[in-house]
Ligand binder design. Structure first.
Ligand code: PNS
Length: 166
């Protein structure tokens, strides 16, 4: 059974992430979508909320497991009996960061390999960061994120703006 770990912040999961997971399932038997709990970023959604949102996107699909971890990604990957870190790659902007991370992870965890999958071109411009910015400013994020996430982002920022949720 080929398992890959797809680690990230997923704050929140976007349509680009969903595409990587769907296509990753064509290559691996099982994907563990793993939320790194201890990043320096200040999240919009708690780890529990992010787990719930991702879980709802893949409800009924037993080849996708959603989890969170503290500590190093490579240690988590090994603890799951996996050897592969799956990462999506958008345009050139991602390259240097991903190259650094892949090389560091190889040094930290020899035997664990990072595999990259090009993000679907329709999502090349989508990031969790710009979804949050658009949401904060009351813009339309339809299609950039799955419908459950669209609702959650709208509710979060709507509540901050003092809007009453239906
Ligand atoms: O979605 P992101 O924020 O680009 O994901 C980055 C992530 C979470 C994969 C990376 O920060 C990470 O692996 N964090 C866990 C700590 C770790 O292993 N750091 C060493 C790798 S540079």
């Amino acid at each position: 059974m080929q398992i890959a770990v797809y680690p990230g912040s997923f704050d929140p999961i976007t349509s680009g992430h969903v595409g990587i997971i769907e296509r990753g399932l064509c290559v691996f038997d099982k994907l563990v979508v793993a939320i790194a709990a201890n990043t320096r970023k200040q999240p919009l959604f708690s780890v529990e909320e992010r787990i719930d949102l991702i879980g709802r996107c893949f409800e009924g699909n037993d080849r996708v497991e959603v989890d969170s971890f503290g500590g190093l990604t490579v240690d988590y990957v090994k603890s799951r009996g996996a050897k592969v870190i799956l990462r999506g790659l958008r345009a050139v902007a991602d390259f240097e960061y991903e190259l650094q991370m892949a090389n560091l992870n190889r040094k930290l965890g020899p035997g664990v390999e990072t595999l990259f999958m090009m993000t679907g071109e329709e999502y090349f411009f989508v990031s969790s960061q710009n979804v949050k910015e658009i949401g904060l400013l009351g813009g339309d994020i339809q299609g950039l994120v799955p419908p459950v996430v669209e609702e959650a982002v709208r509710a979060r920022f709507g509540a901050e703006r003092g809007e009453v949720q239906p």
